[in-house]
Structures are given as C-alpha cells and as structure tokens.
Design a protein around this ligand. Structure first.
Ligand SMILES: C[S@@+](CC[C@H](N)C(=O)[O-])C[C@H]1O[C@@H](n2cnc3c(N)ncnc32)[C@H](O)[C@@H]1O
Length: 271
C-alpha cells in the first residue's frame, strides 16, 4: 500500500508524467510559488546574470528569475520531466522566445552547462531526488568562482538531516555554507541552504595586475619573499575570504601573507 502511494505521488510530483504530472504541476505552481519567490529574492540576481534553475517543475522560478536578469542575462532550466518542461515553456513563452530562458532536458547530475559558466544555481524542492554527491559536484563544476548555490526544500520531504546536507555541500568544496530551518504557517518548515563556490587557489588564477594589488596591502607590511603567493591575496575586488589552507606551501621559513576568513585583516603565517 505504501509502495503504491509512493508510486502515485512520484507521478504527480517526484517525476511528474502524463495527466497526474500536469495536475501535480498545477498544484506545485500554486503551493510552492512563495518558496520559489523567496529563493529568487534571497539570491537577488542582477541584470545580465546567468542562472541555472535545477528541477524547475512548472517554471514559476524560471519566470521570476527571467524578470530579474533581463534581456542581457540568461536563465537555464533543466528538468528530466518532459511534462514539466512543457508546462514551464508554456509559462515562460515570451522569455523563451526572447532567448532569456532556455529549457533543457537535464538533471542536477547532468546539466549540460559549461565549466564555470553560471553565476548562481537554484534548486527548489528537488534536492531529495538527486544523487546528492553527483548533483553537488555538477553544481560546483558549472558555477563561477564565488558563484552561489541556493537550495531550499520542505523539511518533510528532505530525505536526510539538514546537518548532513550541510556536510555534503562542504564536502563538495563549497564555502560560506549557511543553513536555516525556517518555520512557516500552514506548511512544514523550509530548509534554506546558501553556499559559494570556492575561489581557486592562487597558482590556478590568471596572473594579476601587481600594481593594482599592492595598493591593497596593509600599510607598513613589508612585501615577503614569496611573491607568487603573498602578492595575490586577496584578488582585486574580492573579500578577504581566502583560506590559509589553500595557499600552496613554499620553502620552510617563507613568510606568507594570508587573509583570515571573516576578519578582513592581514596576518602573517610562517610555514
Ligand atoms: C517536487 S517537484 C518541484 C518543482 C518546483 N521546483 C517546485 O518547487 O514547485 C520536483 C521536480 O524535480 C524534478 N527532478 C526529478 N529528479 C531530478 C533530478 N535528478 N535533478 C533535477 N530535477 C529533478 C522533477 O521532474 C520535478 O519537476
């Protein structure tokens, strides 16, 4: 009996298909609209941003995101359900015609997006359907450095603990991971997770403009012996959030400058 119910619910919501899928889509478009809106508002994408909406369902989030990024931006939606892609295309007809919304057959694990091409990845009520490790690795791959991952899900459908979700996101390499379990009226709590793709280690970046960077050093701090590392933190325009552990080690005794995460202050580390 429980198995049969699971199967029926899956046809409405999990992997929507056929008539049940269309009915499920209409229910989700009403019932989850607020959560979709909150996710996009929290993310606050700017004009010109490139967003990836994973498991978009009936497309409420796609339409909201398209309004935010405008004609110079792009919203890519991936969903394995043909029924949901159809409903989303109907909801976003104008934005699809304008080339702002691009709806694709895909999944969290296989988005088809290029490496580091996306400013933000958004997932509403579908992380429980992913192969979580593969989906998080894919989100990490497609996000630009410092790009944002936003996951929100009803607590009652999340198939793991919020703490385990946080741990998995950190294990996938994301930083600045924050998680809130938010009570709601007339619904189970929402689990909201936000994280960022790490900034790559210094030796994997393009060579920076050193004259620009010097002006960022704390006054009076002598330049150090390790030019390759110490003169690259933080990169121009980025907050001082580079973890010291990411600095490749040099000769013993070399003095590095590193930025202590959150403090914004320069400090010395001798390795
Ligand atoms: C419960 S619905 C949520 C839809 C919408 N975001 C909402 O909150 O109303 C789950 C959606 O995730 C899609 N989905 C299923 N497996 C997925 C996967 N592995 N990756 C991404 N999306 C998936 C389903 O096709 C469906 O559209």
């Amino acid at each position: 009996m429980a198995k049969l119910l699971e199967h029926v619910l899956d046809a409405f919501f999990g992997h929507p298909r056929g008539l049940p899928g269309r009915i499920g889509g209409a229910i989700m478009a009403r019932g989850n609209a607020e959560q979709e809106r909150e996710a996009i508002e929290r993310l606050a994408p700017s004009a010109g941003h490139h967003l990836l909406v994973v498991g978009h369902g009936p497309g409420v989030g796609l339409a909201l995101a398209a309004d935010r990024v405008g004609p110079t931006g792009q919203v890519i939606g991936v969903d394995p359900s043909a029924t949901m892609r159809q409903l989303a295309a109907e909801r976003c007809t104008a934005a699809v015609a304008a080339g702002v919304v691009d709806i694709r057959d895909g999944s969290a694990e296989h988005t088809g997006c290029a490496d580091q091409s996306i400013d933000a990845v958004v997932s509403v009520n579908n992380v429980m359907l992913w192969d979580r490790q593969a989906g998080l690795a894919e989100a990490y791959r497609v996000l630009r450095p410092h790009g944002q991952l936003t996951i929100t899900v009803h607590r009652h459908v999340l198939n793991t603990s919020p703490q385990q979700l946080t741990d998995d996101v950190e294990r996938a390499g994301f930083v600045d991971v924050s998680l809130h379990v938010r009570p709601r009226r007339m619904n189970s709590p929402a689990v909201d997770l936000v994280a960022r793709r790490a900034v790559p280690p210094v030796d994997q970046r393009a060579q920076p403009d050193r004259r620009k960077q010097r002006s960022q050093y704390e006054p009076g701090v002598p330049r150090t012996a390790c030019a390759a590392h110490s003169e690259s933190h933080p990169p121009p325009g980025e907050p001082a959030a580079v973890r010291c552990g990411r600095i490749r080690r040099c000769q013993p005794g070399t003095r590095h400058i590193f930025a202590c995460e959150g403090s914004g202050r320069w400090k010395y580390l001798t390795v």
